[in-house]
Every structure is written in structure tokens, then in C-alpha cells.
Design a binder for this molecule. Structure first.
Ligand code: ZN
Length: 690
């Protein structure tokens, strides 16, 4: 799983904060003078033992206002700004270069320019939609519907690396190493069909959620009207009703996270028997998957339920549903009226953002999403020097060694289980900065004046790329993140970690900062990702990434009891009076946070080699370590966005991730935390798993 939530805005990744041109911003970028924790962000009036998040970030929280085009500001968004400024400058440079046609450099320039050419987009109006809407209108029976639903299948879900368990299309494809044969790529299918972020939005009885659903219906109607439909209120009511029924068939996020429920191998023929209703042979023909003999169906009950709905719901409702999803998906590259309506609902209503980001910033995000690896190759060359890579590698080695010692010292774990855990560490692939090979974009056709087509072909290119490797040998060193992405990820089916270049910079990683600060910041991130190798998810995969439970029942019982305590701890956190953190939904991430900071702390102590840590900004080494960790979680969210995160994300809000220091003994010594302070836990209440 990845390290942090990524705010999805208007179907794109996060983009820049400020509205200067990229070149101007880069020119202003001053070298960082200060190396270490940011003392100006601390609120010293708060006791660390009462609220560690406020102590570490309070002054920043007081003086920071979320800009109108943002739903969240955080350490991550600060670094995303930097990464995006750099990326924008690379694209601008590239756009001036007039590279030969067919090269990735030319494609980057053409894609960006086609996005920026608003006059051409306005002049074309809804024309690019027309042939697609006409083929939907021409569907005359459920067999043709099945074909069209198959044609809409895309490689747009990713269960274990990015926690994307559903798509807005009827179903989604994830091509990844086979649970039972991790040397070969298999076809995973996942539930889909919802326009809102999660089933909760449809099934919840809370007033607030019902209100969002009502506003969604208005939005569906408005989009259909823009696309030229009549009777749009009635059509919208039927579409939302259908999605409500689909939502009832969906598994919840917490249920989808359980991989033991997901390992369901179905042959192509099984679908008709196990999920009757949809014409499956026709669906697979439409998807270009007629030759695929077997699939792994992640949420079987959702497939049965959704397939039955294809049979029971009138054809016209399905056709309207298809048309709406088409328009919705492409709104950002259609004329302004479409993009504005989309933003009004998806941005303003769902996340509380007040205004759209400047177009050029969205253009950068578009290039990152469709040609991310091509940009990443240039980015890594420019911004990630070999000495930074060597230094990050040394930290990783130190933290892996800390994990080895911790595993060896565990009193509750069986020796045979320990040996399996050590074997997993030995076969772990750790990617630092950028991948070893780069993706080939030669089959992706980019036209300088056709943004709609560039989008259409881009998602098909991704889909065909993934379908083409079904059954092929797995490359365990393949990355699932781009170098310019500010995040980190554990890939359980490859027993691999990726730490992109863009997260390996201050405040997470600064070669000139004290070791205490680097270990508290990026060290905890590294430890977090390593620990996923052994958590509830990692425990299901052995050193060869095969699904095999390598734990003894007694080990697992101890692990379950300890993690249940952590789930209870998080269930007590209440960001809003009517909404608590879901301890079960966020459990794997919370376990990883505790394990990550513990191993990073050991790695830090080992790096001192017996010497005393220098005092800096008036803080001891241990204090700096924990403050750096607390400052990782610096973040401020709009209420709607925070609510969405609590309901749809496996990561707890930053405030509670920072508070996990209460489980770590040295934190109590570092800040002299005493009984009676709000975060204080009795030693036996502290959750220590690794
Ligand atoms: Zn994680």
C-alpha cells in the first residue's frame, strides 16, 4: 500500500498551489538555508503529551489558510507544489524544443499544448462526444449492451498497490502477479458503476449524505442536458436509483481490503453460472478478452449483484447511465460549461474547494497522468543526483537491519515464522528514486490538436498495455509510481518497495539535516513501507510473493489481539461529532505507522554509533526525531474533504497518525510525558507489534 492518501481532484492528481508561470516560480526558488525540524511551526503552549500534532504543527495551523483552489494543505502538498513546478518547467522547456515527431518529448509537448488550447476546445463544442453517444443510442438489446459495457472496461483499479477497489465503469481490470502464481500476470476484476466516491454515499442514512445524493442527481441531470439530452430530471433520477442499487451490492472498503476474500479464480464460463444476468461472452468480446481463460474476481457477490441488475433494469436506463458516465469522465477536456459543472459538484460539493486551479496546472497533471514515465525519466535525471540515491539507500539498509534485529528479538513469534520473515527481507526489492527501465510510449498516438482523442487513446493505450502482458512473466522490479510523485509504496505481489525521487527531499529527507530528523521523517516512511511486508496483508504473501500464510496459528492469534487493541485505539478518535475514524478500515496503515516509527528509531540510534546526538533548536536528538515525525503529518483540510477521507481512505487523518507516538516508549522519556496527560497510555496499553 502507498504511504499517504492522494487527494483526487477532478479526476487528476493534485496540482500546483500558486498561479505564476512555472519558469518564474523556479527562478524564485531559493536554496533551503535551514536543515532540521521547523521550530517556527511548533506550538510550545501545547503539552506534547496532550496533543502531539498540535505541539508539532500548531503555529503552522494557526497561520495557514487553505487557498480557494485546494481542499487540503500538507507536507505532501508542499512537496507536490515543488515537484509540479519542476515538472511544469520541464514541460515548458520541452514544448519550446520542437522535438521530432514520434519521440516522447514531442508527445509531452503535443499533449500539453492540446490541453492548453481552450479556443480549439470551445470551437469543437460537444462534437468529440457525438460518435460515442451515437453508438450508445444505437444499442438495441441487452446483448449489445453487454458488448458496450465490455468496451468500457479499463485498467483503472489497483487493489494492493493503490487501494483502488472500484471504478466508475461497470467493472475494472487490474493486471498484476497472480495470487497463486506470482511469476505470471493475472487478470483481476473489481466492482464498479458508481459516480460518487464510495457506496457509503448512497446507502448512508445521515442527512448530510442524503443531501449529497440529492445534489448528485441535480448534477447528473445538468451534465445530460449539456450533452443534448431531454427529460434529464427523469433520466437522472433513474440513473441515481440504479447506482443506489449497485451500491447495495458493493463490498465496503474494509471488506475489500481482506485479500483472503478476494482470491476467487473464475474461469470465463463460471461467470454465467455464478453471476447470471449479463451476457458475459459478449462482455468479454467487447473487452477484447475472449481468449482469457481465467480471472480473479475480487468481490464475487458484487459481480453477481451487478450482473443481475443488468438483466432486471430497463435497457434505456442502462443506456442513459452509459451516456452520463461517458460525459462525466471526459468533462475536463470538453468546453468550459462541462468542466465547470463537473468541478461545481466534484470539487465544490464533495471536497469544499472553492475554485479550480489555473489551467496550466491542470495541464501538467494531465501530462503526468498520461505520459508520467516519459516526464519521470527527465525529472529523475535533473533532480535526483547519485549521491542522494546512495544516501537514501544507506538509510534503507540501516532500517532493514533494525527490522531484522526486532524480528529476532520478538518473544511471541515462532522461530519458523521468524525465518520466513527474514527470508522476505532478503528477497525484498527496494527501488530508490526512479525505476531501472522506462515505459515505451511508441504505441500511444498523441495529436497536437485533439485533447479528447488524446485522453481516449491514452486510457486505451494503458488498457492494451496491461491486457498484452496477461500470462507474461512478472518483472518484480517494475515500479508502480513515477519519480515525480510525492509518496511511497509497498507492492506485496512483487515483494518490492518504491521510494520516488520527489519524496526524497526536505522536509522528509535532507542530506544536511541531523540524522535524528531524517530518521524521524523519511525513516518512519521507509519503516512504514517495510512493515507492510509483515502486516495483515504481508502475512498473506511469502518470500516468493505467493499467497501462503506463513504464520503459525499462535503467531497470528497474538498479532490479531495486538492489532485489535490498535483498532480500538483509533475507533476512539472523532474528527467530527457524528463521524469517528474507522479503526478496522485504517488498521493496516496504523500498524505500519507504529512499526515504521519503531524501526526508524532503532535505525537512528544505531546510526549514532554510541555518540551523543547534537542538540539543535534547543531539542535533544530524541526530541528532534519525534518532532520530525509529527511534522510529517502537518496538514489542514476542508471539512468536506476530511469527511471524504475518513469514509473512503485506508489512512487515518494526519492528526491521529502523529498521535501514534503514544505507543512508543522512548517518546514518553523524550518529552517527560506523565499520567493524566491526554495521550498518556499505561505501558500495557501501548501497542507494540514489532
Ligand atoms: Zn501504508
Amino acid at each position: 500500500m502507498k504511504f499517504a492518501a492522494k487527494t483526487k481532484l477532478i479526476a487528476f492528481v493534485c496540482v500546483l498551489l500558486v498561479a505564476f508561470t512555472a519558469a518564474a516560480v523556479l527562478a524564485q526558488e531559493a536554496p533551503t538555508e535551514h536543515h532540521g525540524i521547523n521550530a517556527a511551526n511548533l506550538d510550545r503552549s501545547v503539552k506534547p503529551g496532550d496533543d502531539f500534532f498540535e505541539f508539532a504543527n500548531g503555529e503552522w495551523l494557526k497561520r495557514t489558510e487553505i487557498p480557494p483552489d485546494r481542499s487540503v494543505l500538507s507536507t505532501f502538498s508542499f512537496l507536490e507544489n515543488l515537484s509540479n513546478k519542476r515538472t511544469a518547467a520541464l514541460i515548458e522547456e520541452d514544448a519550446k524544443g520542437n522535438s521530432p515527431s514520434g519521440t516522447s518529448a514531442r508527445k509531452i509537448a503535443d499533449l500539453y499544448n492540446s490541453y492548453m488550447d481552450e479556443a480549439a476546445i470551445e470551437a469543437r463544442g460537444a462534437t468529440p462526444l457525438r460518435p460515442h453517444l451515437e453508438s450508445i443510442a444505437a444499442i438495441k438489446d441487452k446483448r449489445e449492451l453487454a458488448h458496450a459495457l465490455g468496451e468500457s472496461l479499463r485498467a483503472d483499479v489497483d487493489a494492493l498497490n493503490n487501494a483502488v477497489f472500484h471504478t466508475a465503469n461497470l467493472f475494472g481490470l487490474w493486471v498484476a502477479p497472480d495470487f497463486d502464481d506470482p511469476d505470471h500476470y493475472a487478470a483481476y476484476l473489481m466492482q464498479g458503476g458508481l459516480g460518487l466516491p464510495d457506496r457509503e454515499y448512497y446507502v448512508s442514512k445521515k442527512d448530510r449524505m442524503r443531501d449529497i445524493c440529492t445534489r448528485y442527481r441535480t448534477h447528473v441531470s445538468a451534465m445530460l442536458k449539456l450533452a443534448g439530452f431531454t427529460d434529464t430530471d427523469v433520466r437522472a433520477a433513474h440513473i441515481v436509483e440504479l447506482e443506489h442499487e449497485i451500491a447495495e451490492k458493493h463490498l465496503s472498503l474494509a471488506e475489500s481490503e481482506d485479500i483472503h476474500k478476494a482470491n476467487n479464480h473464475w474461469t470465463a464460463a463460471d461467470f454465467t453460472a455464478k453471476a447470471p444476468g449479463l451476457d458475459w461472452p459478449e462482455f468479454f468480446r467487447g473487452a477484447g478478452l475472449s481468449k482469457q481463460k481465467s480471472f480473479i474476481v475480487w468481490q464475487p457477490s458484487a459481480f453477481a449483484g451487478e450482473s443481475a441488475l443488468v438483466a432486471s433494469t430497463p435497457l434505456d436506463v442502462w443506456k442513459d447511465w452509459l451516456a452520463f458516465h461517458l460525459v462525466e469522465h471526459y468533462a475536463a477536456v470538453l468546453p468550459k460549461v462541462f468542466a465547470d459543472e463537473y468541478f461545481d459538484f466534484m470539487g465544490r460539493t464533495l471536497t469544499g474547494v472553492q475554485q479550480q486551479r489555473p489551467r496550466w496546472q491542470r495541464g501538467v497533471a494531465t501530462v503526468n497522468s498520461l505520459l508520467g514515465d516519459a516526464v519521470g525519466e527527465i525529472y529523475a535525471q535533473r533532480y535526483f543526483p547519485p549521491d542522494a540515491k546512495a544516501e537514501a539507500q544507506a538509510m534503507v539498509a540501516n532500517i532493514i537491519a533494525a527490522f531484522r534485529r526486532r524480528i529476532e528479538a520478538l518473544s511471541w513469534m515462532n522461530p519458523s515464522t521468524k525465518a520466513e520473515a527474514q527470508a522476505k527481507l532478503s528477497s525484498l526489492y527496494v527501488g530508490i528514486g526512479y525505476p531501472e527501465t522506462w515505459r515505451d510510449y511508441s504505441q500511444y498516438e498523441v495529436k497536437p490538436d485533439d485533447i479528447f482523442g488524446n485522453f481516449w487513446r491514452g486510457s486505451l493505450f494503458d488498457y492494451h498495455h496491461d491486457v498484452a502482458r496477461l500470462g507474461a512473466k512478472v518483472d518484480r522490479r517494475e515500479w508502480s509510481m513515477e519519480p515525480q510523485t510525492v509518496n511511497a509504496v509497498n507492492l506485496p505481489l512483487q515483494n518490492a518497495l518504491n521510494f520516488p525521487a520527489a519524496i526524497l527531499q526536505p522536509p522528509f529527507f535532507d542530506p544536511n539535516a541531523p540524522a535524528a530528523v531524517n530518521y524521524g521523517a523519511i525513516g518512519a516512511v521507509i519503516g512504514h513501507e517495510i512493515s507492510h511486508t509483515f502486516d495483515t496483508e504481508g502475512a498473506a504473501f511469502d518470500a516468493q510473493s505467493r499467497v501462503r500464510n506463513w504464520w503459525t496459528p499462535a503467531d497470528l492469534a497474538h498479532f490479531d489481539a495486538a492489532t485489535a487493541k490498535l483498532a480500538e485505539q483509533y475507533d476512539t478518535y472523532r474528527p467530527f461529532p457524528d463521524l469517528s475514524v474507522n479503526g478496522k478500515q485504517t488498521l493496516a496503515e496504523n500498524v505500519a505507522d507504529v512499526a515504521g516509527i519503531s524501526a526508524a528509531y532503532d535505525g537512528y540510534r544505531a546510526s549514532l554509533d554510541g555518540k551523543a546526538a547534537p542538540v539543535k533548536d534547543g531539542f535533544t536528538g530524541d526530541q528532534q526525531f519525534f518532532i520530525a515525525f509529527g511534522q510529517n503529518w502537518q496538514s489542514k483540510s476542508r471539512e468536506a474533504a476530511q469527511r471524504q477521507q475518513v469514509m473512503t481512505d485506508m489512512h487515518s487523518p494526519g492528526r491521529y497518525r502523529a498521535a501514534t507516538v503514544r505507543n512508543i516508549d522512548p517518546w514518553y522519556n523524550a518529552f517527560d510525558v506523565k499520567a493524566g496527560e491526554k495521550l498518556y497510555l499505561l505501558p500495557e496499553e501501548r501497542v507494540q507489534i514489532w
